[in-house]
Write a protein that binds this ligand. Sequence first.
Ligand SMILES: [Zn+2]
Length: 469
Amino acid sequence: MKLTFWGAAKQVTGSMHLLTLDKGYKILVDCGLNYEQKKLMTEDVFSFPFNPIDIDLVVLTHAHIDHSGNLPALVHQGFQGQILCTAATADLTKFLLFDSANIQWNEYKQKLHKAGKSRKRSFISKPIYTEKNVQQTLERFVTLDFDKRFNINSTTSIEFIEAGHLLGAASVVVEVKNDKGVKRIGFTGDLGRNHAELIRIPIAMKNLNYLVTETTYGGRNHKSSENSEDELMKFIEETCVKVRGRLIIPAFSVGRTQAIVHTINKLEKKGLLPPVKVFVDSPLAVKTTHVYTHHYDLLNDEAKQFLKEHGSLFDFDNLFWIDNLDGHDELMEYKDSCIIVSAAGMVEGGRIQEHVKNNIQNPFSTILIAGYCSEGTLGHRLLQGQKSISIKGRDYQIYSKIAHTDVFSSHPDKDEIYNYIKACENDSLKKVFLVHGDEGNLIAMKETLEERRFKAEIDIPEMGDEFTI
Ligand SMILES: [Zn+2]
């Protein structure tokens, strides 16, 4: 059996691991968009490092686009098998893939518009997939429950284990029987934290022989306290109570937005929220939020209890969901103190850029970055403490406060990853592959495991590395 790393190797995005069984059966675990190679994301230059027709089965760990975003391209290029995932992942992925196709199509149209009738027009290549390809992809989804073994064939089964991280997110155990015995390979997908809003905590996979684990924060521990209500209230008080300012929170539409809005709702139910309006300006968040209530059974106990008591995880009188452009335009004109949650989280594109531009010169506003921002993104640049910043070619002096919190981070920190790997340790565990992290975080976790005399071998695979296991 062979394991090949075709994505998230020494980087964070583009998760894609290929397991080739002894008889040639090929299982692809995740098929994510590679943000680090975004320039290659058009139809004429994009290609998979294998023939999609040869893949027999895809297993999708969770909906995030860096794990699911290339599935329509895989189907478009000939993949004909099933895509296994949990029901919540299927529901969330549907909205994310249509959104991804739309973004690509809009970028394509903008380029055509810019080129006009010039010769440049003929060099503009099409997006890698369309809405039609997304529809064809969704038809291949087969949903499975957590903790139930599913036989793929007479020798191979898969099982989804709770990963935390996002509603429906699963770690995957692939179990393969042959003449020599049984082998169990575990893929964490993305893991969650030991305290998270709405979602459950990750469960370690048992009796593994090989573990492929995410290592996003392998080198550092989160700084913020574990109490998201206290942490958020601190910023609300400073911005909307002490002064009548505006709190702008960039947040990813799926996962982060729901965690933040639920936390604000908890504050409201406790009578702690000042009488300011709270706007969620994100069409994708509006579409995906109901999935949380629909998959009530996957929520953590605290969230279930909250839903039982209050009838809604999110809604309260002063909360306004905005999914159309008219609403967005009206919000841009709204001058009163308020809280605005909008996408995207790293402030790259999306409606949040408009809100940042609109408030960055207001000394009473706070822009609260609520998570990780990759280098080069506007979110990352805002956190550098500069006095001015360029947004879409125009310079702005920064008068607003720029703040950061990692209390809503959906990835485990160094100690949590270490404890997870440790919980997977057993006498038969031969090797741990560290993926889904930049080089610094990967090396830091490798060193931590070695210093603490972890018994199994630790490997940091390169893109394209193949291992016989
Ligand atoms: Zn994720």
